[in-house]
Design a protein around this ligand. Structure first.
Ligand SMILES: [Zn+2]
Ligand SMILES: [Zn+2]
Length: 342
């Protein structure tokens, strides 16, 4: 089969189209013919980071996969040839540890991530264990379906499960990239008052169309004042932040007494100084959301199927153009996802 292999770590030059052996499904594996695979910042991070023990060999990136079942291993359950499927971000989880049994299999110590410890979807075929796949409803395209497991599902986790947003609450979303633009839509489905913060005046109309009741534009990144004004001086009940340390103090100032802050990303990795009294005196709670469980993926797929959420695919590109796609993501040339089509 054709695949894009990380021949050496570092620059995009390390990505090479190669003929590699088509995997055969054994045991509970399901062989998926890839119809679409989203390009994630995580792919770029893995490509750029030095090689390390435990990575798949050959290393094929891509964990946001949609396709059809091509063949099933002898013990695979729940899927047959021809089924439309979408991956969780993982190829394998143990299924029996405390994390796996409490809807947090992303934290399973034994998990293998697609495009890292297991070969990923930047290829014509990929092997995935049966319990790391979900059915893709007939009315969702492969391109849209491919990104439900990562940006849509992680936003679902952050807003619904970790943020526990309730009807009538006010919610602030920051960082209007892949996660933020889906988090706005999901917060909308909760019946919350949705505030989106952005540096870019160009994004206001699109964010309103996605469901933001109020868009706070702060070109200098200092959105807290605007957020407080939008909530009558009170501040929001919940802030879902996909930016991290660069905006943490603005987030803290935007949240009301007893409010919740959900961290879903760290863009700059800088250190911050903080008087901890600013957190505990105001009884703030800080939570984190990473990744998507299979249940969250299935729940997010339902919201897409019934039209409540639209996965934001900005463009599709052929698999051969993976390097170009990586460069566009690195240059922040796209807001929605780029999806590769083998
Ligand atoms: Zn991803
Ligand atoms: Zn486990």
């Amino acid at each position: 089969m054709k695949a894009i292999v990380v021949a050496h770590h570092g620059d995009v030059d390390g990505l090479e189209m190669r003929d590699v052996e088509t995997p055969q499904p054994k045991g509970r594996q399901v062989l998926v013919r890839v119809h679409a695979c989203g390009v994630c910042r995580r792919d770029i991070l893995v490509r750029k980071s030095p090689s390390r023990p435990g990575l798949a060999n050959p290393l094929i990136l891509g964990h946001e996969i949609a396709g059809t079942v091509e063949a099933v291993g002898i013990d695979a359950r729940g899927f047959k040839v021809g089924d439309r499927v979408v991956s969780t971000q993982r190829e394998y989880v143990c299924g029996c540890c405390n994390m796996c049994r409490t809807d947090r299999e992303a934290l399973c110590a034994d998990h293998r991530f697609l495009g890292q410890e297991a070969m990923g979807g930047n290829a014509e075929f990929v092997n995935v264990m049966d319990d790391n796949l979900a059915r893709l409803p007939a009315n969702i395209s492969f391109e849209a379906g491919s990104i439900v497991g990562c940006p849509v599902g992680t936003s679902y986790n952050a807003v619904i499960d970790t943020g526990a947003v309730r009807p009538g609450e006010s919610v602030l979303l920051t960082g209007m990239g892949g996660l933020g633009i889906h988090a706005v839509q999901i917060a909308r489905t909760c019946g919350a008052f949705v505030i989106a913060a952005t540096r870019s005046p160009d994004k206001v109309k699109a964010l309103e169309e996605l469901g933001a009741d109020k868009v706070v534009v702060a070109t200098d990144g200092r959105f807290a004042r605007g957020v407080r004004e939008a909530t009558g001086g009170r501040g929001v009940d919940v802030a879902i932040d996909t930016v991290g340390s660069a905006v943490f103090h603005e987030i803290r100032r935007s949240v009301t007494l007893g409010g919740r802050i959900v961290l879903v990303g760290e863009v700059t990795g800088q250190l911050i100084e903080m008087d901890m009294a600013m957190i505990y005196r105001r009884a703030l709670t800080i939570r984190s959301a990473t990744s998507t469980s299979r249940r969250q993926l299935e729940a997010a797929l339902k919201l897409v199927e019934n039209g409540s959420i639209k996965p934001m695919v900005e463009r599709t590109m052929p698999l051969a153009d993976t390097a170009i796609a990586h460069r566009m993501v690195e240059d922040n040339a796209v807001t929605g996802r780029i999806v590769l089509v083998p």
